[in-house]
Write a protein that binds this ligand. Structure first.
Ligand SMILES: [Zn+2]
Length: 123
C-alpha cells in the first residue's frame, strides 16, 4: 500500500477528488506525492506566462485538479504514471465519476495532472 505524501497540499480540493486520490494510492505499491492542488488566479497567470500551462480555465483554480508524482526510493519515478492513472480512473469509476489524465492529452501532455471531468460528472 502506498502512502500519500504532502496531503496538506490537497486543502481546498474537491472532496470527491481527494477521496479518489487517497483510495487510488492505497492500491499502489509505491508512494505518491501531491505537487499541487488548489491554485490562485495569480499563480495560474504566472504559469501561463511561463508556458507551464496553456489555459486560464485550469481546473486547479476551482479545486477540481491535482498534480501527483509517483515516488520510488525517495525520487520521482516517471515509469509509474501509467499505473497511477489506471488506479485513479478505476477509483473514480467506483464512485461514478470520471478522471481525465493529462497524460492522455494529445496536444499538451501533462502526466502529473488529474482532473475531475465536471461535464461528464454533472458536478
Ligand atoms: Zn495540473
Amino acid at each position: 500500500m502506498g502512502n500519500l505524501l504532502h496531503k496538506e497540499r490537497l486543502q481546498g480540493v474537491n472532496e470527491a477528488l481527494v477521496d479518489i486520490t487517497e483510495k487510488a494510492v492505497e492500491q499502489l505499491s509505491f508512494d505518491v506525492t501531491v505537487s499541487e492542488g488548489l491554485r490562485t488566479i495569480e499563480t495560474q497567470q504566472k504559469y501561463v506566462a511561463e508556458g507551464k500551462s496553456k489555459t486560464m480555465h485550469s481546473k486547479h483554480i476551482t479545486g477540481y485538479a491535482v498534480d501527483l508524482y509517483p515516488i520510488v526510493n525517495g525520487s520521482i519515478d516517471n515509469t509509474k504514471f501509467e499505473q497511477l492513472s489506471i488506479q485513479m480512473k478505476k477509483q473514480a469509476a467506483l464512485q461514478c465519476a470520471i478522471i481525465e489524465w493529462g497524460g492522455d492529452w494529445k496536444t499538451f501532455i501533462d502526466k502529473l495532472h488529474f482532473q475531475l471531468n465536471q461535464k461528464k460528472n454533472g458536478l
